[in-house]
Ligand binder design. Structure first.
Ligand code: GLC
Length: 432
């Protein structure tokens, strides 16, 4: 097993995660119906009585697990992380520990039970997002993030709220999820905020969730499961959110196992009036950039209240999938390269295959630093067409119309016209 700064030796081998580093995040819950950010329950300080209407009317009647999975498959992702419960506390499976669950809504069906087998049939690994925060549970102490943070009776109720009871509930629901749905490949807890302090209340972290117990539970029930870092235990897959690092993450001289999670439009749940959509090209570039820095890329969608993935997201997924189909070799099994990529380009590498991703298409020539005499063959990945290359010959007579090529570099000779793909990639076969 490869060594990572944030991955204890006792943890299971995360090899698959790095080999297939492109995943799909799905945010779905009662907040989907409010259609204005999955946090609106607390940003608008909605009372439980007012939030109840979403529960009473929840009916994503057009939800079809096979359709979601077909879309995931066509996008090219090899793992999906689905919200089982978000901060609002609503369970998307038929939990026996609460009545605040999907099977008690007009929809009546267990979404997790329908989705998981379809994912598995399609060869897509299964990840469960699970919120350790719960704004619905009666024993969850009111703090500065809670929707009822300004309601005196609620604040006063902290005297009788017992977080120990909430911890048991949390562990109980995690037990259900990791027992009743077969093999689960990834558990994605969300999130700790032990550094927060509102004076009248403190943030919550490992002690509040009894994280150690949760972690043990996960490995007992699912010995091969991967786990993220949001339990406040200082280990697990690091999950920078809506942020792109510009170098591979390193801690104590060791690589960090990490996953960038990114939205298509800045929110995770369905957000009807949000127009800040990233283009497919931008999303593909973010994917490439992340892989070029040894990270995973978890790209989010928030299906709508009918259970459909909206057309704007579908267009992006289709375009990204079309790109991925042609360029998967430059993503899967790939990581950072030791070579320095030219301006406006990123490298990914898998053994002696080096992938040059061109974020902007140059005129005819591109100089590859340090690659003189190292290239055996080069081709455009989208159509397998040969790309000529050359390096500097010291005996060559340089005419006045040419400048010298750095003897340490290789020069690729590109067609004038950019191939018609979101980001063209040149596959370079390095000499052994
Ligand atoms: C966050 C948010 C959230 C989202 C998520 C994804 O911290 O609370 O709404 O689900 O993490 O990374």
């Amino acid at each position: 097993m490869k060594t990572y700064a944030n991955w204890p030796e006792t943890y299971p081998d995360p090899a698959w995660f790095r080999e297939d580093p492109f995943g799909l995040f799905i945010h779905f819950g009662l907040y989907t119906m409010g259609a204005r950010h999955e946090w609106f329950m607390t940003t608008e300080k909605v009372s439980p009585e007012d939030y109840q209407k979403y529960f009473d009317h929840f009916n994503p009647d057009l939800f079809d697990a096979a359709e979601w999975v077909a879309v995931a498959k066509a996008t090219g992702v090899k793992y999906v992380v689905i919200t089982t419960k978000h901060h609002e506390g609503f369970a998307l499976w038929d939990t026996q520990l609460s009545t605040y669950k999907i099977t008690n809504t007009p929809f009546q069906r267990d979404l997790i039970a329908e989705l998981v087998p379809k994912l598995r049939e399609a060869g897509i690994k299964v990840g469960f997002y699970h919120s350790v925060i719960d704004w619905h549970h009666p024993e969850f102490p009111i703090d500065g993030l809670h929707p009822q943070r300004e309601v005196p009776q609620y604040i006063a109720s902290n005297d009788t709220r017992e977080i120990k009871k909430y911890q048991d509930y949390l562990a109980g629901q995690v037990t259900e999820l990791l027992t009743n749905y077969g093999k689960i490949d990834y558990i994605w807890f969300d999130f700790s905020y032990s550094h927060r302090d509102w004076e009248w209340s403190k943030g919550k972290g490992a002690k509040d969730w009894d994280s150690q117990r949760l972690e043990e539970l996960c490995f007992t029930l699912q010995p091969e499961i991967l786990i993220n870092d949001r339990l406040d235990l200082n280990r697990g897959i690091s999950t920078p959110e809506q942020y792109q690092p510009n170098q591979p993450l390193i801690k104590e001289n060791l690589p960090v196992l990490w996953e960038a999670c990114q939205t298509m439009n800045g929110t995770w749940g369905y957000d009807r009036d949000n127009l800040a959509w990233k283009s497919s090209e931008m999303l593909v570039k973010m994917l490439i950039e992340t892989i070029s820095l040894d990270g995973n890329f978890l790209m989010n969608i928030g299906p709508n209240g009918r259970g459909l993935i909206d057309p704007i997201a579908l267009t992006r997924l289709a375009e990204i999938g079309a790109w991925f189909k042609l360029h998967q070799r430059g993503i899967s099994h790939c990581g950072a390269s030791a070579f320095e990529a030219p301006t406006d380009c990123r490298y990914t590498q898998n053994g002696n295959r080096l992938y040059l991703h061109l974020f902007s298409w140059p005129y005819q020539h591109i100089h590859l630093k340090g690659l003189a005499d190292k290239i055996a063959y080069a081709q455009l990945l989208n159509d397998g067409s040969e790309i000529f290359f050359r390096s500097f010959d010291p005996d060559e007579v340089i005419t006045s119309t040419e400048t010298a090529i750095n003897p340490a570099d290789s020069l690729l000779i590109l067609p004038t016209k950019k191939p018609d793909v979101l980001v063209p990639v040149i596959e370079i076969f390095l000499k052994d």
